[in-house]
Design a binder for this molecule. Sequence first.
Ligand code: ADP
Ligand code: TRP
Length: 328
Amino acid sequence: MSRKTILSGIQPSGKLHIGNYFGAMRQHIQMQEEDADSYYFIANYHSLTSLNDGKQLYQNTIDVTLDYLALGLDPDKAVFFAQSDVPQVTELAWMLGTLCPVSLMEKGVSYKDKIAAGLSPNVGLFTYPILQAADILIYHSDIVPVGEDQKQNIEIARDLAGKFNRAYNGEYLRIPEDHILKSVAVVPGTDGRKMSKSYGNIIPLFEEGKALKKIIMSVQTDSKGLEEPKDPDSDNVFALIKLFASDEKQKEIADQYRAGGFGYGHAKLELLSLVESYFEEAREKRRNLEKDINYVKDVLREGGGKARECAESVMEPIREVTGIIRSF
Ligand code: ADP
Ligand code: TRP
């Protein structure tokens, strides 16, 4: 059995938050230790479907790169790159689009969700899963660690790989396994809904000081007074505390909730200090990396080179079988 390839991506459409970390990034960083070829990329073409501010997109891309490196992504262990450094991916996306029935896109739940959340119904958003399929298929990925919300997009990638192979009668694209990360439940935002950039309820990963305190103090709770006993299991602050605290610390805080005399303000201060210490090392690392943006760009350049090489080796036979001429 040959070595497996693991691939995943994240959009640079805004500041990354602790939901992204516990729901996706942490697992990506852990998986780089596996005996496999790992590819992690920043899906900047995908972000164009919702962000049309060049300076902002560029800055977000650098910021996400800094975040990943600070949190422990190691460019010697994983190929780490920007989607746009592999132009072959848009080439393959076009080809897959020519084989994709409109009805397959019409069933897309994430398109409908995004429109409902107020995004403009552009064609890029509609065909988003085709570009995602190209991302996955162009590196012959076996395993694509993503959260539950991406399940349908992985199915579409599997579907399109099959359609391509049947249309051209060969094993040109590898069908990935469906691997959904189940390790973390949905992380709640400050208003109790799913934490999401599009809901304005995030705790950004690298916020600190007063700004972080202000956000944490704004987490919504019920209106029980200081003295009243409280139920940790139905509280947002405690749901967030659980992500950061050791089992022992969780139990200690849960007991205080139940005993009464422990207000939500106290719980929030506990959360604040847990968040601060959890990301302390990463913050320090990020501050140092920020001073060396050339290094950060070198990481992307090098990762992009490796990813391109792999993508080109997959595209060459595909151009040949589809009859697409290249005169350069
Ligand atoms: P957002 O909703 O903030 O726009 P994305 O859709 O870009 O986040 O998600 C990027 C990754 O982070 C996905 O793999 C997704 O499953 C994960 N993720 C996002 N929000 C959460 C959350 N609140 N809880 C757990 N995982 C999340
Ligand atoms: N759609 C993914 C998200 O919003 C990002 C993404 C783009 C992706 N291309 C991918 C994830 C390929 C995994 C594989 O989180």
